[in-house]
Every structure is written in C-alpha cells, then in structure tokens.
Write a protein that binds this ligand. Structure first.
Ligand SMILES: [Zn+2]
Length: 318
C-alpha cells in the first residue's frame, strides 16, 4: 500500500486537487475553474480528486486520508463550511462528510490560510522555524500563524484572519468581513486594482489599459508611471502597517508572504520590510525576516495535505 494524501483546495475562482506524499512531494496536481452552486462545485471537486489520485498512481482505497482546504468561516471539528463569502449560497455544507462518502476515506476540512501556513512551515520557506506568520495576498488576504512549532487555530478553527487586521479604522469598507479599514481592503489584488480605478488619472499610462489588474498597477509603477507609483506606495504602506501590528503582537522569526500579489517581488516586500524595521518594536522588528513563500500555486494542496497528515485521520503519518 502506498502512503499518500489526496488534497483538495476549494477557491472562489479555481479548484485544485493533488496527490501528496507524507514528505510533501506533489505526485499529481490538477486545476479546474470553480463552477457556481454547491452541487456542481462538489461534483467537479470530487471528479478532479479522482483524476489526481489516478495520475498520482494510487487507487482511491489506498489513499490514507483526504485533506480539504477552503476559506472560512468553517467548523473544522465537524468538517462543515458555514458561510464562506467567496462561495455565494453555501451555508452549513458538511464538506468533510460528503468527501468521505465520495472517496470512502476519512476526510478533514481546514481553513485555507491555516493550511497554507502549515504547508510553508513544514515543507516550504518556514522549515526549521518555531514562530512563523503566513500571509497570502490574493483575491482576498488570508493568514496563518505557527506558535511554538504548531499551527494556531483559535477557539473554533477560524483564528489568524490576518487580512482583517485594521490598518485604518475609518478606512475603506472590507468586502471580506463587512468591517472597515482592514488590510485586505488595501493590499488584496482586487483592492489594489479597485483603488487605482477609483482615482484613475487620465495622464496615467494605466488609463490606456482597458480592464487592468493589480499586476498592471505593479508593472506601470515599476515602469515609472507616477499615478501607479502612488497607488503602489499606498499598498506597501498598508502592508507595512499591518505587518508592524502583527510583528508587535506575535514576535515571529519569519513572515512568509504568498499569493499572486507577491509576484511583484521586492517592489512589494522591500518597502514593507523597511516599514517593519522602522516601526515595529525592538527587538522583534529588527530580527524578523520577511520572505516570499516557497510553494507557489501548489501551496493550497500541500496545505490541505499538511493538515490531514497532522490530524487523527492522517493515521500518524506526520
Ligand atoms: Zn475585513
């Protein structure tokens, strides 16, 4: 019998599935667009999972466990998705039980930020650290925290929502939580493009781009466009402010930044790192390393596998 975990990642725009070995090696990796509606999503997800198992060379009954990562809020202990804002119409869906019925294997559900933190800590940029923070800057902003070498979950598995650290209490409204001035409202890919659109200056080179994204804002800022540069500066200032609070609160050795927005590289991370050095308290602010994630677009499935391996359904493989 081969030892492997089937890992599933439910995103608002795409689904991913992979067969992952206990050492974190990804033996198969498949992605598909997320359809609309609970039934269609689960059908597509489970079909993708079956193909991932086959491509990974394992018959489903020989998979040790199924790990599922998804944005919250969720009830990790019961394996139920409560009402995730990125999946409209979903309410109290018992995803873990449905996966167990579909695959005939024990399944575990966890928050995608927590799962990604577990993945980077165990197999990625955070290997060897004891105190680590993970932040993903994507469509939204998610996070995870490792304390004393273990993933911190909060009372019900919904802790470490670092995207909703407030950086301006009178600031922009936040789509993710309904609050105001959250980090997510400034540094998610969606928010960066939205802020640029709201105040677009006709002289900006961005004005010639039809429907631009955060990546366009970063590229035009790097190319010297003044307007894009100001939007980008506000992005790095917000990130630096949020990270300063997080570093002051937790004194991590390492902050790992992942997600599509981090493709901007040092243009994003450099100024944020500088802000933390200047503003966070000593000695934590001086000592903390701030680095890019190592696992790229596979972090979701490696994370889903990492939480399954650590849970009782992982049969002690971790
Ligand atoms: Zn929020």
């Amino acid at each position: 019998m081969t030892s492997a975990v089937l890992a599933l990642d439910i995103g608002g725009t795409k689904l991913a599935a992979g067969l992952v070995a206990p050492d974190g090696r990804v033996r198969s990796f498949l992605v598909a667009p997320t359809p609309v509606g609970v039934r269609l999503v689960l059908e597509a997800l489970f079909a993708l999972g079956r193909r991932a198992a086959t491509q990974g060379g394992v018959d489903l009954p020989d998979v040790d466990a199924v790990g599922i990562a998804c944005g919250g809020p969720l009830d990790a202990a019961r394996g139920v998705l409560l009402c995730p804002p990125h999946l409209p119409g979903w309410r109290d869906v018992p995803v873990a039980r449905l996966a167990e019925e579909a695959f005939g294997v024990p399944a575990v559900l966890d928050n995608d930020g927590t799962a990604a933190a577990a993945a980077e800590h165990r197999f990625g940029a955070g290997v060897g650290t004891r105190q680590m923070v993970y932040l993903t800057l994507s469509t939204g902003v998610g996070g995870g925290v490792v304390v004393d070498g273990r993933v911190y979950r909060g009372a019900t598995g919904n802790g470490a929502e670092l995207g909703h650290v407030v950086v301006d209490w009178r600031g922009r409204s936040c789509r993710g939580c309904g609050g105001r001035g959250c980090l997510e409202a400034y540094v998610s890919g969606t928010s960066i493009a939205e802020r640029a659109r709201e105040s677009l200056e006709p002289a900006s080179t961005l004005a010639a781009v039809g429907s631009f994204t955060a990546a366009d804002v970063a590229a035009h800022a790097a190319a010297g466009d003044g307007f894009a540069g100001r939007v980008w500066r506000r992005t790095t200032e917000a990130l630096g402010t949020g990270l300063t609070s997080i570093v002051n609160m937790l004194e991590p050795e390492l902050v790992v930044l992942g997600g599509g927005v981090t493709r901007a590289g040092e243009a994003l991370i450099g100024p944020a790192r500088q802000a933390v050095r200047m503003a966070a308290m000593t000695p934590g602010g001086r000592a903390v390393r701030i680095e890019r994630a190592a696992l790229g677009d596979r972090v979701g499935v490696v994370g889903a596998a990492a939480v399954a391996l650590r849970s009782p359904v992982g049969k002690g493989l971790a």
